[in-house]
Design a protein around this ligand. Structure first.
Ligand SMILES: Cc1cc2nc3c(=O)[nH]c(=O)nc-3n(C[C@H](O)[C@H](O)[C@H](O)COP(=O)(O)OP(=O)(O)OC[C@H]3O[C@@H](n4cnc5c(N)ncnc54)[C@H](O)[C@@H]3O)c2cc1C
Ligand SMILES: NC(=O)c1ccc[n+]([C@@H]2O[C@H](COP(=O)([O-])OP(=O)(O)OC[C@H]3O[C@@H](n4cnc5c(N)ncnc54)[C@H](OP(=O)(O)O)[C@@H]3O)[C@@H](O)[C@H]2O)c1
Length: 278
């Protein structure tokens, strides 16, 4: 833990006066989860339409006065009146070294062009839907786990999320925990959502990489499910490039084929970030 205040809701902070940004969206809350992870919500532009699971470009004005933008998955569902984002804090990152200091009332830039492959339209109908994520790769699934279509289209949804340490799972854990009491989708979720969080570098109830738990069959045994099958199982994948490559090989081994918006198949993949890691 570092000197940052952890798990603080800053809903009451005073709004500073800032120059008006192009495509501005006002910050309504900020939560710091660890010294390298935070989430925040912004007012949703009235004209912004998106499909749960998509990403947009967001950012701040750089020192030169030009917008400094990065891709971000929208972590809130398409029906939400606000937009939520879940973010890494890269110590020397051009954007996040500054974005991590935003406060309620500040404005960010939000380019209104949502895109992405982690959408229901890119998958053929199935019975079980697997969300496979590491780190901030859970963000698009934070949206899709709150999307009614997810529960209308599938009998079972399995959220596998793996991080190095226990504290890095907390955003996802609280979100999943809140779903059953959600007035809008609580009933739809029922017992359809199976949550399978694991760590790899700190002791936890369940441990191991997503890839290892799929290859060994441990996750199927633990959850009482049959192995993946092209006829019934669909998957969405979001993690580092190395993670995505390794998971793809496993899914292909089960007979699933990669789909896209223009060619729906049995699984889809998106990068959680570009690069090898911080
Ligand atoms: C399609 C897409 C969706 C994305 N969605 C999100 C999101 O929802 N939340 C989010 O935090 N980031 C997300 N990213 C990454 C994001 O675009 C930025 O890279 C991140 O905000 C850091 O920006 P930066 O300018 O501070 O550093 P950058 O110069 O962009 O990154 C510096 C280095 O930090 C590492 N890094 C960057 N982002 C991450 C990350 N999320 N996790 C671990 N290491 C990372 C990489 O090694 C990268 O080379 C997404 C990227 C893509 C391509
Ligand atoms: N998380 C931290 O506490 C921390 C702290 C400071 C700096 N960093 C730096 O931040 C960068 C990103 O870290 P991160 O933890 O967000 O992401 P990450 O390195 O991608 O690891 C996230 C999770 O994914 C697993 N994983 C990594 N590659 C995989 C693969 N090919 N197949 C299956 N699972 C895989 C990791 O397991 P393994 O543990 O087995 O690799 C870990 O549980 C790294 O470069 C790291 O050095 C991280």
């Amino acid at each position: 833990m570092t000197e940052v205040t952890l798990m603080t809701d800053e809903k009451t902070a005073a709004a500073p006066v800032k120059p008006h940004l192009p495509d501005a969206a006002k910050v309504t809350s900020v939560t710091h989860w660890t010294d390298r992870l935070f989430s925040f919500r912004v007012e949703r532009p009235r004209t912004l339409r998106f499909r749960s699971g998509e990403f947009v470009m967001i950012g701040l004005l750089g020192d030169t006065g030009k917008p400094l933008l990065r891709a971000y998955s929208i972590a809130s569902p398409a029906w939400d009146e606000e937009l939520e984002f879940y973010s890494i804090k890269v110590p020397d990152g051009p954007l996040t070294s500054r974005l991590q200091h935003i406060k309620v009332g500040d404005e960010i830039i939000l380019r209104p062009k949502p895109v992405g492959t982690l959408v229901h339209d890119a998958l053929l109908p199935g019975k079980r839907l697997w969300f496979l994520a590491t780190g901030t790769g859970i963000a698009p699934f934070a949206s899709l786990m709150r999307e009614p279509d997810t529960y209308e289209k599938y009998d079972q949804i399995i959220m596998m999320h793996t991080c190095r340490e226990v504290a890095e799972l907390e955003y996802g854990r609280q979100l999943v925990d809140s779903l059953k009491d959600d007035p809008l989708i609580g009933e739809m979720v029922g017992d359809k959502l199976l949550y399978y969080p694991t760590t790899t570098r700190e002791p936890f109830a369940r441990m191991g990489r997503v890839t290892d738990n799929l290859s060994s069959g441990k996750v199927f045994a633990d959850l009482g499910l049959p192995p993946m099958d092209r006829a019934t199982d669909r998957a969405m994948v979001c993690g580092s490039l190395a993670f995505n490559v390794d998971v793809k090989a496993i899914l292909e081994g089960f007979g699933l084929r990669e789909g896209a918006n223009s060619d729906p198949q049995e699984y889809v993949v998106e990068k959680a970030f570009v690069g090898d890691g911080i």
